[in-house]
Ligand binder design. Structure first.
Ligand code: PLP
Ligand code: COI
Length: 367
């Protein structure tokens, strides 16, 4: 698909001035340009890279009223060779289409999405931060734009990609483990719902659970399934635990859990690091007993933004606290984090073929 490219003159382009790792926020900064593609009458058209700015959307747009809105999250990294590398964009593009199907939205061909993201990344390569734990975060999304209040899927859509030079998702980055609240009060998703889609409604409804968890000085809730028996995931990452025989256990993907690309990638990597991997339904009672008995030695979460985030403590509404291991960052979690991020950042060979170098395109510049 031809992408019309209207770039700001060099003199009007900004560039991040935040150079230290600690103060580079996650998701707040924007690069100079964005990608837009529109859909109408069954066709994706008018692909364009334009200066970052407001979208014009009618107040009656379906996305605003009935939540036909899906998104993705991916990352690109600047390597020491001075080239920009994108991480598994194709997987994000495929998952966007899975979400699209679940929300009765049109698929957008994977090659169109990837080409669009690559071209935008090329234009914005100078925005990729270099400090530790940072990346150029890629946020594709699609919204239903038809101005129609009847409860039906929109007939028109916009696909947009914006970029955000970002630091670690959890403040303090990998140096700090997070605490999770175990509660039966809130659920993220139910079987037959949209839990395995990356749709906005899943996130908006999670704010109240996150707010509640803050009362216990926790970062988030550990969501259980609707029967309160099984661990599902956390609001922005899959959950994992590590047993003392070096098995990494991730809850089996169901239709109420997001199929994390990080989890899938780490699962591919783990055998080479000497770990066994298991995906199964994890009973919350057995998980907590496993921590108490010492059978479970580490726990945490996997996600694009969260990368590999260690969990130090599980908190309960009655005030009880269960500490995992010694409450610090376990050596296995550290080993997995280091091996995974070494590949992303080009410090270790990309044997699994996860990275794609962002080409230097020739532009057909719009005047
Ligand atoms: N689970 C939820 C609910 C998420 O929002 C995310 C983030 O994308 C993840 C898990 C991790 O998925 P991924 O590794 O593909 O980013
Ligand atoms: C991601 O990890 O990319 C996400 O989308 C999670 C989040 C910031 C909502």
């Amino acid at each position: 698909m031809e992408i019309k490219t209207t770039l700001l003159p060099e003199s009007q382009r900004k560039c991040s001035t935040i150079k230290d790792a600690e103060s580079l926020p996650f998701g707040k900064l924007r690069s100079d340009h964005m990608l837009l593609i529109d859909y109408a009458k069954g066709v994706w058209k008018d692909a364009r890279i334009v200066p970052y700015g407001s979208l014009s959307i009618m107040p009656g747009a379906v996305a605003l009223h009935y939540g036909q809105s899906i998104f993705e999250g991916a990352k690109a990294f600047m390597h020491e060779d001075g080239e920009l590398y994108a991480f598994r964009l194709e997987e994000n593009a495929k998952r966007l289409n899975v979400s699209a199907n679940q929300l009765c939205m049109p698929e957008i061909p994977v090659d169109v999405q990837v080409e669009g993201m690559m071209k935008l990344l090329d234009v914005e390569r100078k925005w990729c931060p270099m400090q530790p734990e940072s990346s150029l975060y890629v946020r594709p999304f699609m919204i239903g734009t038809e101005d129609a209040l009847g409860m039906a899927p929109s007939s028109t859509y916009t696909f947009c990609v914006l970029l955000s030079p970002s630091g670690a998702y959890y403040s303090g980055g990998f140096k700090h483990a997070v605490r999770l609240l175990v509660t039966e009060r809130y659920h993220r998703a139910v079987s037959g719902g949209t839990g395995s889609a990356k749709c906005c409604g899943n996130y908006g409804q999670a704010f109240q659970a996150a707010r509640f968890s803050k009362k216990y000085d926790a970062s988030q809730v550990l969501y259980l399934d609707a029967s309160n028996q099984y661990i599902e995931e956390v609001g922005s990452m899959n959950h994992f635990h590590i047993t003392k025989d070096k098995t990494v256990v991730i809850p089996e993907f169901t239709d109420s859990i997001l199929r994390s690309i990080t989890s899938l990638s780490v699962m591919e990597l783990l055998p080479s690091l000497g770990y066994k991997v298991r995906q199964e339904r994890v009973k919350i009672t057995e998980f907590l007993d496993g921590i108490r008995s010492g059978e479970i030695i580490e726990a945490g979460g996997f996600g694009t933004a969260a990368v590999v985030t260690p969990v130090s403590e599980y908190i309960f509404e009655n005030g009880d606290i269960l500490t995992v291991g010694d409450g610090g960052i376990g050596e296995n979690t550290r080993k997995i984090y280091e091996a995974y991020t070494a590949i992303q950042t080009g410090k270790a060979a990309d044997k699994l073929g996860w990275l794609q170098k962002v080409p230097h395109f020739q532009y057909d510049l719009a005047r």
